[in-house]
Ligand binder design. Structure first.
Ligand SMILES: *[C@@H]1O[C@H](CO)[C@@H](O)[C@H](O)[C@H]1NC(C)=O
Ligand SMILES: *[C@@H]1O[C@H](CO)[C@@H](O)[C@H](O)[C@H]1NC(C)=O
Ligand SMILES: *[C@@H]1O[C@H](CO)[C@@H](O)[C@H](O)[C@H]1NC(C)=O
Length: 295
């Protein structure tokens, strides 16, 4: 193909991608009765990227950005408040089942079989426990497109679950809480002194990458709205002792940006400052028995 033709196709593709109705897609992530809008993160805090925006999966309670290479999301973003997480009798994760996500092209989709006997839990990024306002919305958190392989005992079923509980707890301190969660693949130093990114890949053929770490950004918003409180945490995908303070895992937004390749909070609305959440509230895991939420 001639260069000019290539360029013209490229320009067309660029134009299409720029014109993609992202805002329309985003604006339907709303539970009007609860005043929730997961995609509101993008306008308030900037799109966590640069990564493609044309394959976002927009669910009732969260938005996720699939990564076709790792078969994990880049992140899932949610917006919760006290009403959204209020446990109601009829709505239960016991009625939900883990499902492959047919909205992800088959080649790039993580499969139930990939996780089977892998030794890893299917770890929610947007947590099931954050969605109690409708069974459908809760069920949607069980798409594998919202999962990453997580160490079960001591992490997904314990420390990580208790970190999620802390996120929910913030709905007691803030009218509105926004949470961004995703995997990281971080380097470690080898015996020769060099740094390597070394992690397992599960499935047959191997295709679902096992993150070394996970991040969680929690933003607490008051209705007054001229300041918000936020914190970023990076936790290793491994057993973590219950006695480890959550603040051990706190990092700066800049560091998270550098680790993740995602710009975080680039476009906080002018005149709004982001204070350290952990200066305002006690940042700590909130433990409960993992039998309450079997993974
Ligand atoms: C947050 O945690 C505190 C202490 O455990 C508890 O008293 C409070 O009810 C929790 N609030 C919410 C909204 O979960
Ligand atoms: C950010 O990363 C640098 C370099 O790794 C480290 O020295 C610093 O302590 C980190 N800051 C926070 C707040 O974690
Ligand atoms: C955030 O960034 C988008 C473009 O990425 C821009 O359209 C929007 O106006 C920005 N919002 C604020 C509040 O700066």
């Amino acid at each position: 193909m001639k260069l000019a033709a290539c360029l013209s196709i490229l320009n067309t593709l660029l134009a299409i991608s720029q014109a993609a109705p992202i805002n329309e897609k985003r604006s339907d992530v709303t539970d009007a009765s609860l005043g929730l809008n997961a995609a509101g993160w993008f306008t308030k805090y900037g799109y966590p990227g640069p990564i493609p925006q044309d394959n976002l999966l927009v669910r009732d309670a969260y938005v996720t950005a699939p990564n076709y290479y790792t078969r994990n999301p880049y992140w899932s973003v949610e917006h919760i408040n006290a009403d959204a997480i209020k446990v109601s009798g009829d709505i239960s994760r016991d009625k939900s089942t883990f499902r492959e996500d047919t909205d992800v092209p088959e080649y790039f989709r993580s499969k139930l079989a990939d996780y089977k006997r892998s030794g890893y839990d299917r770890g929610h990024q947007a947590p099931a426990g954050d969605v109690q306002f409708a069974q459908d919305a809760l069920d949607q958190t069980f798409y594998l497109s919202n999962m990453c392989p997580q160490v079960g005992v001591g992490f997904n079923r314990n420390y990580w679950a208790w970190t999620e509980e802390f996120g929910r707890n913030m709905t007691g301190s803030y009218d509105s809480v926004r949470i961004l969660t995703g995997p990281l693949y971080l380097p470690t130093q080898g015996d020769d002194g060099n740094y390597y990114i070394d992690y397992k890949v599960i499935g047959n053929p191997p295709n679902v990458h096992v993150p070394t770490h996970f991040f969680k950004v929690i933003i607490g918003e008051d209705s007054q709205g001229d300041s918000v409180d936020g914190a970023a945490f990076v936790l290793p995908n491994e057993y973590i002792s219950e006695s480890t303070p959550l603040t051990n895992w706190q990092t700066s937004f800049q560091n998270l940006t550098s680790m993740s390749g995602l710009e975080i909070l680039t476009n906080v609305t002018e005149g709004v400052t982001v204070n350290n959440l952990c200066d305002k509230v006690e940042c700590r895991i909130i433990t409960y028995s993992h039998t309450r939420y079997n993974p």
